[in-house]
Design a protein around this ligand. Structure first.
Ligand code: BGC
Length: 762
């Protein structure tokens, strides 16, 4: 195969190689049949296959062939079950294979640093270890069982949607390594994905796909990645720089994007043919590997069953004062009982093969309680309350509607729709046995929590959610999920609440992300990371070191079968260097019958204790404490070294109580970062319509034209309350204006003229 690829490249002209490194259209690589290279197809994931019909472009986001909609990654992460994640990925892979898709664009493993990120539902966790392990199993499950490749995304430091095409993620090296790269590192080393997708954002001033330190030095040289680096769709700003950095495939294709420039840079010597050939070789290898795919039909019914299993095993029983499992009579309340909210909006949107709503799975009476948009009124509430009085247990379905959770848009607050809260409070007011089934892909405030008996968090449960919910409520299935992110009481309690969501993303909280902040600051969350109840109980005993593993015995001491997630945290000794109080270093899920026990062994390595310090991983010396459930064990690694660094003494990082201020961040970075907003005269092809609109009439007009074109192309109303339309507007108007020539087909000369006009505005 290597020889064939070599021969193909030797026969190609340099300009053919430049073309090979750019997609043919939205979803295919360019074919070179005379050189033995086919066109291969890729489609979106991560929780199902979004294969668009031939001829469609990625603007018609919801138009795709039917596929199984599994629970979204933010939900399956709560299973903490590597085997399950692997099975789900294999299920998606089987559908991809049956559809001729060679690469699935997922999983996404960006870190959830703030609850408002509109894409949190697509990401696994606030913790890099958990994210990395789950992503690695996803990749292994898909690639080993089906030969379909999977693609980690979005590399890297891409944790906000606001200004997603232009924002600059500003952070110090230690935070980058310990939090934002660590998950990718695990997934690359253990999973060996066929591809990695660069992100839209910049990292400390450089677009990630054009950053050779990230793509070549870290990803390829340090971590040993030998696959394809593909740009996110429209994320290439300077194609010469992308090639130099080792970003191999520029997507989508369709407009000879940046080609002219690359050819002239080759002529002038700014770019070498060797650099182009290196990218072309990796595209050719990727194409050759993809050719091995053979058609096997997929059993869609068994994938639906798998989606149900995944949903059941990912549900988190947040609170239960005895109402669950159900006893006696019950009723369903809330529009979402009839029309389940089961997935988020954006490029991950799946056209499900079937859909089970709670009302389809039982014959409990129902009151709507609220409208589809989450609003309610006295009449709807009255009917809900009247019904709730007549049963032993009212079950209220509430959460977030589509407008709240959407790619390309961050949430404006952490509250649920007002109507949902009113509905819960009204029902709980007449029946203290109220159960809430929570349907949302990320954290919400729960001002009503003390008034309800039980809360079952289903996340975004996929197409079989209705069946899973009923099985869990009735006790046919036993909840075993654990939260993969902390649920704070209110948005003010979040470390980043005061500075998240600006044009540039300032990672001023450093390594104190998620539970690392709540532990250190003493702010008590509503539900901590790792929390989740069961209908049975587990007891732990006999923690000990056994070789390189921390071992513990876990026993199901209740009267029904269930699963427990054993979680190992390592507490660091106090030293000069600010460190989180503890970090997750191992986990395993075990299914145990009533009365059964198991010895669970969790491996630890030098890295489990290490921090990134002065360009290397080092283990600060001292006595660490290993924690599993209520048990603890002191442990002193023999690789500890003395680490002295008081550069952060006296700053927030030394005592992370309250919120960091700009002076703290300046000390962390070692320089003062100021956000720069471009003004007329400074605009270029990287500027967005949104950026130029405030001072340019031409751009305001262009914005209107974009709205008309997008609504026509998608047969939808020009209505900003439609999340898909809003997302498409934000993609077209928020990305670099040069992207209007991709798919949009606007000639580059016209775009250049528009930018010249914007630069002249007063
Ligand atoms: C998203 C990616 C997605 C790609 C193709 C981008 O806008 O960020 O996650 O895979 O589009 O649809």
């Amino acid at each position: 195969m290597a020889e064939k690829k070599e021969a193909a490249l030797n026969a190609m002209s340099i300009s053919e190689m430049v073309d090979l490194c750019e997609g043919l259209d939205c979803w295919h690589t360019r074919p070179y049949p005379t050189h033995g290279l086919d066109s291969v197809m890729m489609s979106d994931g991560p929780h199902g296959l979004r294969r668009q019909p031939e001829g469609a472009d990625n603007l018609g986001i919801n138009i795709s062939l039917p596929a199984t909609c599994f629970p979204s990654s933010g939900t399956t992460a709560c299973s903490w079950d590597t085997e399950l994640i692997s099975q789900v990925a294999a299920g998606i892979g089987r559908e991809a294979r049956a559809n001729g898709v060679s690469l699935v664009l997922g999983p996404g493993l960006n870190i959830k640093r703030n609850p408002l990120c509109g894409r949190n539902f697509e990401y696994f966790s606030e913790d890099p270890f958990l994210s990395g392990k789950l992503a690695a199993e996803y990749v292994k499950g898909m690639q080993s069982e089906t030969s379909v490749g999977s693609c980690l995304k979005h590399f890297a430091a891409n944790s906000q949607e606001y200004c997603r095409f232009s924002s600059d993620s500003i952070m110090d090296e230690r935070t980058l390594r310990e939090i934002y790269l660590a998950g990718f590192e695990i997934a690359v080393k253990e999973g060996k994905p066929r591809a990695v997708m660069s992100s839209y954002n910049k990292l400390n001033g450089v677009h990630t796909g054009e950053c050779s330190r990230l793509v070549t030095d870290i990803l390829r040289s340090e971590w040993g990645f030998d696959g394809l680096v593909v740009s996110d769709w429209g994320a290439t700003f300077d194609r010469t720089e992308a090639i130099k950095a080792g970003c191999d495939l520029i997507m989508p294709g369709g407009s000879h994007y940046g080609r002219k420039r690359v050819l002239s840079d080759l002529k002038s010597g700014k770019l070498t043919s060797g650099e182009v050939r290196a990218c072309a070789e990796r595209v050719a290898s990727f194409v050759s590997k993809s050719k091995e795919l053979s058609f096997v039909p997929c059993d869609m019914q068994s994938n639906h069953e798998l989606a149900r299993k995944a949903s059941e095993e990912s549900a988190v029983l947040m609170k239960n004062e005895g109402a669950l499992p159900l006893k006696g009579s019950a009723c369903l309340i809330g529009h979402m009982a009839k029309e389940l909210r089961y997935q988020g909006v954006g490029s991950s949107h799946i056209n499900p093969t079937k859909l089970s709503n709670p009302t389809d799975c039982c014959d409990y009476p129902i009151a709507e309680g609220c409208r589809p948009n989450g609003e309610t009124d006295d009449e709807l509430l009255k009917a809900a309350v009247e019904l709730a009085r007549t049963v032993d247990t009212p079950i209220v379905f509430a959460g977030l509607t589509d407008e709240y959770e959407c790619e390309g848009l961050d949430r404006g607050h952490m509250r649920m729709p007002d109507g949902h809260c009113r509905m819960i409070e009204a029902v709980a007011g007449v029946n203290p046995n109220t159960v809430v089934v929570l349907l949302c892909g990320s954290v919400v405030e729960m001002p009503w929590i003390d008034r309800v008996n039980a809360v079952l968090y289903m996340g975004l449960s996929g197409q079989a959610g209705g069946e899973a919910i009923l099985n869990l409520l009735t006790g046919k299935a036993n909840p075993s999920g654990k939260l993969a992110e902390t649920w704070p009481r209110c948005y003010d309690d979040v470390a980043t609440s005061e500075f998240y969501g600006g044009k540039d993303a300032l990672y001023a909280e450093g390594v104190f992300v998620g539970y690392r902040y709540y532990d250190a600051s003493g702010v008590k969350p509503l539900f901590p990371f790792g929390h989740g109840l069961s209908y049975t109980q587990f007891e732990y005993s006999d923690i000990a070191m056994e070789g390189d593993c921390v071992s513990v015995t876990v026993k199901n001491v209740g009267d029904r079968a269930g699963a427990e997630v054993v979680q190992l945290y390592i507490e660091a000794p106090k030293g000069d260097i600010p460190r989180p109080c503890r970090s997750l270093a191992g986990f395993a899920k075990r299914y145990l019958k009533a009365g059964e026990s198991a010895r669970v062994r969790l491996p630890i390595t030098k890295r489990s204790f290490a921090i990134w310090h002065e360009g290397a991983w080092v283990v600060p010396e001292g006595e660490y404490i290993l924690h599993i459930a209520g048990l603890s064990l002191p442990y002193t690694p023999d690789c500890g070294v003395a680490v002295r660094d008081d550069s952060l003494s006296g700053t927030w990082y030394a005592n992370p109580v309250g919120k960091p201020v700009p002076q703290d961040f300046e000390r962390l970075l070692g320089y003062k970062y100021e956000v720069h907003e471009k003004v007329p005269g400074e605009f270029d092809l990287d500027s967005s319509v949104y950026e130029m609109m405030p001072c340019s009439g031409v751009m305001r007009l262009l914005h209107k034209v974009i709205a008309i074109v997008l609504s026509r192309a998608n047969h939808c109303k020009r209505d900003m309350s439609d999340p898909t339309f809003r997302m498409m507007m934000s993609s077209a108007s928020g990305s670099a204006i040069r992207n209007l020539c991709i798919c949009g087909g606007v000639p580059e000369s016209v775009i250049e003229l528009l930018v010249r006009l914007a630069n002249k505005s007063k």
